[in-house]
Structures are given as structure tokens and as C-alpha cells.
Ligand binder design. Structure first.
Ligand SMILES: O=C(O)CCC(=O)C(=O)O
Length: 277
């Protein structure tokens, strides 16, 4: 399974961001094209209302065309989605024919205040999604969540229990939390759930108000880093063998060894699950 991660810059003009991505030379045999969190909107709460668009707006259409043109799955690329007056941080997933497979709305809003470091309050502007998202592909079931969502072990475990073999995560850690937690968090989720994690981030723009950590990476079911970028704009291609998931699970059956007679993870409602659109 061949994955292309696009660690792009966000231009203040939507069309310029689209053009820069469209100019990337994408080989014919790519299976998944992954874009960063808020890939076409500066990561700044003040910008979210200005860039917000209905679900099937310009960002949706751009990603759908990318899927059709390259005959590849496209993992959004989140954008500010407006729906009934609420703004969500939303990522769509398309199959190789451009059909919508899933829509994930970020469930955990990023409200943090690190002393001497990063401050951010998404909840000033954004509403939270309420569903765990998995989707079917020819390589098996996959999961998707957005950035801060990956910090919650319960969500990772739920995606794994719903059959996900790989977690795709458009993300944008920063210069405070990135060096401390980026690699650790994705290695931990991969290790505990015995899955691949594919995290795709925006490139660092020193002139932006939010300084992305970049470092788009892939971790494997053994908890290793398979590939990791720096902070500059780049596109990174990685081949993984998705069957490693089962290999590792057979040798070290962590999911089977859970003591569900003693403890259990409960999902509140069936409706809180985006399995496929
Ligand atoms: O969890 C982090 O450190 C960064 C989270 C973030 O930037 C986000 O959720 O957008």
C-alpha cells in the first residue's frame, strides 16, 4: 500500500493553495493521498469563519477531483465546514472514483494553555463532532481522526475495535507540543492498538501566527517510526505492508488479552459512529 503525504504550505488564497498541490508530481501507483489539517486555511481561529464553507464547497470539490485524477483514495485535508450556523473542523475521505467514503468532524477541540508556550482555543469558534469514523477500502477498514483527537486513547481503541488497521490523522502540532509529544503520541497509539498511524501536517511557516511542527510521519504496529519529514514543504512517499498489523497481533495478542470481564470501553450510541457515508 503506497501512501503519499503532502506537507504543504497554506496560502492565504484558497486557489493558490489548490494550485500548489495540483502541481505536485504524483506517481501513478499511489494508493492514498493525505493532506494536512486545515490545509487551505491559516490555522488561526480568527480565520475559520472567513474560510468556512458548506461541506460540498471548494475544498471538497478540489479533493474529489484529486481522487479522480490520480485514481487514489484521498484523505482530507480538513477545512472549516459550516453547517446550520456551526463551524466544524472537518475532513472528508474519497475513494478512487471520487465517491465520498467518510466525513470526520474533529471530536476533541484543541483548547490549551501551556505556560510559556502555546495557547489556542478552538472552542471559541468551532463546534465538536460526535462520531467515531472508520471506512472500508480494498486494504481493509481504516480510521480517521483529526490532530488533538489522537491524544485520546479511548478514540484510538474504538477505531481499532471497529476494525481499523491504519489511523489516518491530518494534524498540526506546534513548536511547543511537537517536540514533546508528536512522535511519542503516534508511536503509542500504533503500539497500543497495533495499527499503522499516518499523520500529515502543514509545513512550518515562520510568518504565520501558528507555528506548525511539520514532521509528517508514519508509525507501524510495532511502535516504530517508519518515515518522518522535517519542517519544510515536501511530499513523502512510503510503502507499507498493511498485513503487518495481523502479524504483530498474532505474535503479541494485546487486543485479545484485554480483560473485558473486568473493564470495558463503552460507546454511548450507535449513532455516534460514522462507518461509511
Ligand atoms: O495536540 C496538540 O499538541 C496539537 C493539537 C492541534 O494543534 C490541533 O488539534 O489542531
Amino acid at each position: 500500500m503506497k501512501i503519499l503525504q503532502i506537507q504543504s504550505h497554506t496560502n492565504s488564497q484558497l486557489q493558490k493553495t489548490f494550485q500548489a498541490i495540483a502541481q505536485i508530481d504524483i506517481p501513478d501507483d499511489i494508493d492514498f493521498i493525505c493532506l494536512p489539517e486545515m490545509f487551505a486555511c491559516p490555522y488561526d481561529t480568527k480565520c475559520f469563519p472567513d474560510y468556512a464553507e458548506p461541506f460540498e464547497g471548494a475544498c471538497f470539490q478540489f479533493m474529489q477531483q484529486l481522487a479522480i485524477r490520480h485514481h487514489a483514495y484521498v484523505i482530507g485535508g480538513s477545512f472549516p465546514e459550516i453547517d446550520h450556523g456551526h463551524i466544524y473542523n472537518t475532513a472528508p475521505v474519497f475513494d478512487r472514483s471520487g465517491r465520498l467514503l467518510a466525513r470526520h468532524r474533529k471530536m476533541h477541540l484543541f483548547d490549551i494553555q501551556v505556560q510559556g508556550g502555546q495557547h489556542f482555543k478552538e472552542s471559541d469558534i468551532l463546534s465538536a463532532g460526535d462520531a467515531v469514523t472508520t471506512f472500508p477500502t480494498e486494504f481493509g477498514t481504516m480510521g480517521i481522526c483529526i490532530c488533538y483527537d489522537i491524544r485520546f486513547p479511548e478514540l484510538g481503541r474504538l477505531m481499532a475495535l471497529h476494525g481499523a488497521r491504519c489511523f489516518f490523522v491530518p494534524a498540526a502540532f506546534n513548536q511547543t507540543t511537537g517536540p514533546a509529544h508528536w512522535e511519542l503520541t503516534f508511536r503509542a497509539q500504533a503500539l497500543f492498538n497495533q495499527v499503522f498511524c499516518v499523520a500529515t501536517a502543514p509545513a512550518l511557516d515562520p510568518h504565520a501566527s501558528y507555528h506548525s511542527w511539520g514532521h509528517s510521519l508514519i508509525t507501524d504496529p510495532w511502535g516504530r517510526v517508519v518515515t518522518q519529514a522535517g519542517t519544510d514543504a515536501c511530499s513523502q512517499i512510503t510503502s507499507i505492508d498493511i498485513n503487518d498489523t495481523e502479524q504483530v497481533r498474532q505474535q503479541l495478542p494485546l487486543l485479545k488479552h484485554r480483560r473485558t470481564d473486568l473493564y470495558r470501553l463503552e460507546e454511548q450510541h450507535e449513532k455516534n459512529r460514522n462507518q461509511t457515508m
